[in-house]
Design a binder for this molecule. Sequence first.
Ligand code: PLZ
Length: 463
Amino acid sequence: MSDTDQTTADLGAPPAGGPGIAQVRKVVTEIPGPRSRELLVRQRTLLPSGVESTLPVFIEAAGGGVVVDADGNSLIDFGSGIAVTTVGNSADAVVRRAAAQLGRFTHTCFLANPYRSYLDVCEKLNEIAPVPGAKRTVLVNSGAEAVENAVKIARAATGRPGIVVFDHAYHGRTLLTMTLTAKNRPYKQGFGPFAPEVHRAPMAYPFRWPSGPERCAEEAADALADLLDRQVGSDNVAAVLIEPIQGEGGFVVPAPGFLPRVAAICRERGILLIADEVQTGIARTGRMFACEHEGIEPDLLTTAKGLGGGLPLGAVTGRAELMDAVPAGGLGGTYSGNPVACEAALGVFEEIEQHGLVERAMEIGGIMLDTLDSMRRSHPLVGDVRGRGAMIAIELVEPGNRPAPHVAARIAARCHAEGLLVLTAGSYGNVLRFLPPLSIGNDLLEEGLAILRSAVAAEAAAM
Ligand code: PLZ
C-alpha cells in the first residue's frame, strides 16, 4: 500500500455532498484539524509555494450552505469557492446533467466535431446577456481566457490596439490578464515584462475618493475621458474593460451614475465597452448580470465562475457584428466548451429558474446588509459595508480610514476557528467578502453572521 492509499483508507468513506448533506455547523477539532494538517505537510513537499490556500482545510463533501472537511468539521460556506458554486455545491441538476454526459462522451473538441449542449449554453447566454441587438457567444475554459478572448475580439473588430482598465481591477493571471490586473503583489511581482497597450484609469471607489463620495462618479468619469482624449488618443483604443462590481479589488461598487457615464464616454468615441462579469454574473448580485443594476449594455460581456456550477467554463457574449469580425479558426481551444461543463451550465440555469435564485440572492443581500450595517454603526473599525445581492463585503480600517489588513486577517482567523469560511480581498488586503451559495438556508446564514459579529466585537475589544 502506498502512502496515498494509506491516507485514503484512514479517512473511511467520504460523506455524500450535494443538497442532501446535513445543514449544520459542526466544529470537532481545531481548524485546520490533524488530518488537514497532515495533508498540508504532504502538500508542501509536492506543490510549489506559489500555490496557497486561504484556509487549508481539505474538503471531502459540500452542499447547501456547508463544506465538510477531512476531520469531520462542517463549516458554514461564505465563499462558494470564490463565487463559483452559486447554485450550491453538487446541485441536483448540475450533477444529474454532468453525470449523464460523463456516461455518453467526455470530449470531442468542438473544433473537431461539435455537439448540441455547446449551442444550448450559447443560446441561453445570448438570450439573457444585457448586450444590445443580435448576439453571439463563444465558450472557453476560465475567466482569464474569457477576458483574453474579449480583448482579441475587440481588437479585431476595431482595428485598434489600446485597452483601458481601472485601478483595483482584477482580470486574471495570464500574461495579458495580469497586465490588466491592478495589484502588484502577489499577481505581478517578478512576472514582467507585461503586455503592451494597457492603460489605467482611476476607479470610482466612493469610500476612498479623495474629494468625497458625492463627487466621485463625475470626477472619475472626467479622468477617464481625459485619459482617452489627451493621453492615449481615443482613436487608438479598442475597448474600456470594467468589472461592474470589482471582485478581488474589494467588492467596490462604483459610485452611482459612474457606469452609465463610462458607457456614454465609450459610445461617443466609438470605443467598445467590455463588462467583466466573471465574478458578478449568473445571479450572484440579485440580477442575472450586475450591469442590469445600472441599466448599462456592454458590447462584450465575459462570464465564468458561476456559469459552470463548479466545472471549468467561461464565455464571451457580444454583439454579433463584433464577434463575427474574427476570421474562421481565430477562436477556440482544445477543451473550450467541454461537453460535461456545458451540461453542468445547463443544470445551473435549471437550478436558478426552478428555485428562483436571482430573487434569493437579493434576499440574502438584504439579510447580510442589515446585520453588517448595524455592525458598522457600533464598531468604527468597520469603515464601509458594500455590495449587491449575495456579494457583500466589509472594509476594515484604523482611525482616519487607514486600511487595516491585520484586523481583517484576525477577524477572518476568528471566523475560521468557529467554522465560518470567509475570504479576504481588496487592494490593501483589508476587506472581508461574503459570497454564500444561494442554496444556503436562513438559519446557517444568520448563524454565520452571528459568528462574524462576535469576531468583529472581539477584535474591537482587543484593540
Ligand atoms: N475576472 C472579475 O474575479 C477570478 C481569482 C482567484 P479565472 N477571480 C478569482 C485567484 O486568486 O486566482 C476573475 C475575476 C474577474 C477574471 C477572473 C479570472 O478568472 O477563472 O480565475 O481565470
